[in-house]
Design a protein around this ligand. Structure first.
Ligand code: HGY
Ligand code: MN
Ligand code: MN
Length: 428
């Protein structure tokens, strides 16, 4: 059976993107952090929109929203597509939301033009991927794929001390596995275990968040692997003292110590060479007054590499350097690992299919590694998984400047729709 022409109008997707961007806390760009009022409004909006399009809709026990069109072969595994609904602080309109808006638009186009699929097709808005509010990331796909079992909700709190569990119950969601069973039995919208074993393939459409495609003037990136990530929270403690009366030689300055550690990390990352990257994105010094020597500093580390061994080696090396610097300065050091995701290869068979479709649709493309982490990397060990990129203007992302043109977004939408057609409608 040859492949039918796929020509999805982008208007529905563009409208969804605009509506989703409105669900944000005040301030520049889009801020939609997990379990905030704007997060809940966005997830409820998506449920309404999916239901209005005729999808079967549900929210699971952690707040992932699903919309599906059932297949004629109920025993066949589900073809899942989507991305994350949360954003970074003051982020852009497209990171995460694009994959969701395209998934909903693609499913609606397929059902309208080709009727019931053989295998169920499902769109998902994962509740959280960024790690912007709580010191963990991938809370949505991590619960679906078993990275988390939900027990983390009780012990993980944001900077205001609000635990995931209490933020969840504030959204009407059951948090503990035993609660979810009861909620599901009661038909509670926030019930239903997130863990899934019925997924036959996962495809994520996303902006590149880098400059490779724009510089090469290419339409599409077909991701061959997603970098592994390690995140840590680090606490350096010394002693507060008077900024005016304490001689330099008698200080245990936690901030000066942290600064030396972070400069050493930057030098080591540069020496390690691409694709290793290491970042401190958040640092808080206490007590935080101009005339007091900081006695305590908390900061985060985000270290990535596309090869597991190189990532492991760099992390253990740099944490040893931190320990030496702390000892030299009479400081104490406490390092807590908050995230570890392995580098994830995408499915070569699916990637061949995507290349074939891109050629058929007249799209230029290249294969590439993703330095950004994505929900797709948690699915690749459990089912055939693929990721499609479209260009980001000037490679900018995690910023209100994030932009991809409607034409670029439409090219990704049409490629996604075509591969979903092949996965859900074609006899295997
Ligand atoms: O941080 C990342 O790589 C992704 O944008 N969450
Ligand atoms: Mn993203
Ligand atoms: Mn992101």
């Amino acid at each position: 059976m040859s492949a039918p022409a796929i020509n999805v109008p982008a208007e529905q997707m563009m409208e969804l993107l605009e509506e989703l961007a409105a669900f944000s806390a005040p301030g520049p760009g889009v801020s939609r952090l997990l379990y905030t009022p704007e997060w809940l409004q966005a997830q409820r909006f998506l449920q309404e929109r999916m239901a209005a399009l005729g999808m079967g809709v549900r929210m699971d026990g952690v707040g992932n929203v699903y919309g599906r069109f059932p297949g004629s072969q109920p025993a066949a595994k589900v073809i899942l597509t989507g991305s994350h609904i949360d954003t970074v602080l003051n982020g852009g309109h497209y990171d995460g939301a694009y994959g969701i808006a395209a998934a909903v638009t693609a499913l609606h186009y397929l059902i309208q033009n080709f009727g019931q699929p053989l295998r169920t097709i499902e769109a998902v808005a994962f509740c959280e991927e960024e790690g912007s509010r709580f010191p963990l990331a991938y809370w949505g796909s991590g619960n679906v794929t078993g990275l988390y079992d939900g027990s983390e909700a009780a012990r993980c709190a944001d900077s205001a001390g609000v635990t995931i569990a209490s933020a969840m119950s504030g959204c009407g969601l059951a948090c503990r596995p035993e609660d979810r069973g009861a909620a599901a039995a009661a038909g509670d919208a926030g019930g239903g275990t997130p863990l899934r074993e019925d997924i036959g393939a996962f495809v994520e459409l996303h902006i590149e968040q880098g400059i490779v495609l724009e510089q090469a003037a290419l339409d599409i990136g077909i991701v061959e692997a997603i970098a592994g990530q390690r995140r840590y929270s680090v606490k350096v403690a010394g002693s507060t003292n008077h900024a005016g009366t304490t001689p330099m030689g008698l200080r245990r300055d936690a901030l000066a110590g942290a600064a030396e550690m972070l400069l050493a990390m930057e030098q080591a990352a540069i020496a390690a060479g691409d694709p290793l990257v290491a970042t401190c994105g958040k640092l808080e010094a206490a007590p935080g007054t101009p005339n007091v020597i900081p006695g305590e500093v908390q900061f985060t580390l985000d270290i990535r590499h596309s090869e597991a061994e190189a990532l492991e080696h760099f992390c253990s090396f740099i944490l040893d350097v931190f320990a030496e610097l702390a000892a030299k300065r009479g400081l104490t050091l406490q390092v807590t690992a908050t995230l570890a995701t392995s580098p994830a290869p995408m499915d070569t068979g699916l990637n061949r299919q995507l290349e074939h479709i891109a050629r058929r649709q007249g799209r230029s493309f290249r294969s590439m590694v993703s330095g950004a982490g994505h929900d797709a990397q948690l699915f690749s060990p459990m089912c055939p998984t693929a990721m499609i990129f479209v260009p980001s203007r000037a490679g900018i992302s995690h910023s209100s400047e994030e932009y991809s043109s409607p034409e670029e977004l439409a090219a990704g939408l049409n490629l996604l729709t075509a591969v979903l057609y092949e996965l859900a409608y074609k006899e295997s």
